[in-house]
Design a protein around this ligand. Structure first.
Ligand code: UDP
Length: 240
């Protein structure tokens, strides 16, 4: 059963359960789409019906971001907990390394995916990274072909939202991959370009505050968060 949070239906899963579901999807022919919506993505889907439909059709939708958890609670249908996309990706790579599944990294500025691949191969011994491509391409065809030729099982698609999920919906099938996951700025983190919040911030659900302190330019984007929670309160009051 999925849990609706302001128009996006989330799988009510823990990190381990999300990884199990992803591994199960790898047993079936693809393409499967996994999305990691945060409040900004839910708000975007509210304005863009095509995007909302892509998320509704996704095979796995995990709650990335404490704002989703707060909103679900306000709506009276709490989720088990936050599953940050980056933690999900890391745990999945651990399982892929054990099972020999092939990973392709797509997205971010030129050079970032390669650096991320080098770091990930060091932190996940045995992980097969079968290819990389930056996220600033003009033509889709050659990128699709590169993923196909690499015989990828899983693709981390890190083009920012809503572009990444729309790209997966349009081209996922042609890549031959079984699971494509929209993971935003994760490659920048894996490459060491963007620092993740220290664990204490993560545990307190204050990762957003750390990001805001490090990148004050995100303030405009984050200012929408209280509005998101207000929408959840409004929906609850109206009985939705
Ligand atoms: N990006 C990309 N192609 C584009 C636009 C963005 O590869 O056409 C990358 C960008 O370099 C960054 C990521 O997409 O690595 C988006 O990061 P951001 O932190 O903004 O995403 P979020 O996690 O908030 O969705």
């Amino acid at each position: 059963m999925r849990v609706d949070v302001l128009g996006v239906a989330f799988d009510n899963v823990t990190l381990d359960e999300a990884v199990e579901r992803a591994m199960a999807l790898l047993e079936e022919n693809g393409p499967h789409l996994a999305a990691t919506p945060n409040p900004e993505i839910v708000q975007c889907a509210g304005r863009d019906p095509e995007y909302a439909q892509i998320l509704a059709d996704a095979d796995l939708v995990i709650p990335d971001g404490i704002g989703i958890i707060h909103a679900a609670k306000i709506l009276g249908r709490p989720l088990k907990g936050r599953v940050p996309g980056i933690d999900f990706a890391s745990a999945l790579m651990g399982r892929m390394a054990e099972t020999g599944r092939r990973l392709f990294l797509l997205g971010a500025a030129p050079g970032v995916a390669e650096q991320a691949a080098a770091n990930l191969q060091a932190t996940h011994p045995g992980l097969v990274i079968c290819g990389t491509h930056d996220g600033f391409f003009k033509e889709d065809g050659p990128v699709v072909q590169k993923i196909r030729d690499a015989r990828a099982d899983v693709v981390f698609v890190c083009l920012g939202f809503p572009k990444q999920e729309k790209w997966i919906a349009a081209h996922g099938g042609e890549t031959g991959a079984r699971l494509l996951i929209g993971l935003g700025g994760s490659l920048d983190v894996f490459a060491g370009k963007v620092e993740r919040a220290p664990e204490q911030f993560q545990k307190l659900g204050l990762e957003w505050l750390y990001r805001l302190m490090k990148q004050p330019s995100r303030a405009g984007r984050m200012a929408k968060l209280p509005l998101f929670l207000a929408s959840a309160a409004g929906a609850r009051i109206r009985g939705k």
